[in-house]
Design a protein around this ligand. Sequence first.
Ligand code: ADP
Length: 299
Amino acid sequence: MPVSGRRKSIAFFITLGACLVALAIALNVGWILLNPREVALLVFGIVFFLLLITGLVLNTTFLIREIRRNEQHDAFINAVTHELKTPLTSIRLYLETLKKRDLTDNQRQEFYDVMLADSDRLLQTVEQVLRAGRSGQRRRNINLRKIDIGELVHECVGLARLRYNLSPDAVSFAESLNGERPQVKADADELRAAISNLLDNAVKYSVKEVEVSVEVALLDDKKVAVRIQDRGIGIPAGQLKRIFKRFYRVPGRVMGRIKGTGLGLFIVRSVIEKHGGRVFAESEGLGHGSRFTIQLPRV
Ligand code: ADP
């Protein structure tokens, strides 16, 4: 259904719900006025109407929530299709050129590199979707081991610099660990995926200049924190919690231009909660950058 059609159906259901609630209240008041002396009927009527009104409100809320969820699913399918189609189209174009034209060795190498980067992008999207599917399952075996959290985050920072071709100044890394090497009990692959998702977002939503700082710090003897701060587009206060929901993307003009599936932060939250930790976002608002903090129990 197109967006305007959906808006209309939401408006219709809200109006219908409101009218039915108003009607129920009017009938209820009428009932009370008609039966002021018959106590049993009055009590029965009031309880019955209250139940009716509650049901109507619940029903309308449910319907609207379902319409919104449907809307998010559509946006997700569009985003994933785009993420799959763009690199595939590019690979196809390069293959056709390789087949049709005589190219120098250098040009060939260049084409191979672009195709490799495109297939990496494809693989990343597929992995993200699979990981989100797995994250949705409640019971999952995770392979827990003791891990040096500073080392793991440092490794992710290195990978992000490599992937986006960024200098150590653009993505800085620091440890405030008082000379200790805190360990966490974690599935290294899952934790790496979560931290990499946060780093990818920090770079992706930086828009102009990338200035990301990553810090691993001791909170107390029981907890360790990983903070990822960027100076990007920022997040409005009302959205700081919602962004962790599956398929959720902050609406807006700038956001429309930055591609994504709305799965990254959902994966981050699922992974961190499975490890007994928590993750939250802070931002001074649009245009003022964002800071994501992961807190994990130490072993
Ligand atoms: P995606 O990036 O694929 O849209 P995510 O689940 O990773 O999905 O993020 C959800 C939303 O949270 C994004 O669409 C974006 O609006 C917002 N967001 C996430 N990270 C940042 C960030 N570092 N700066 C600004 N907005 C962010």
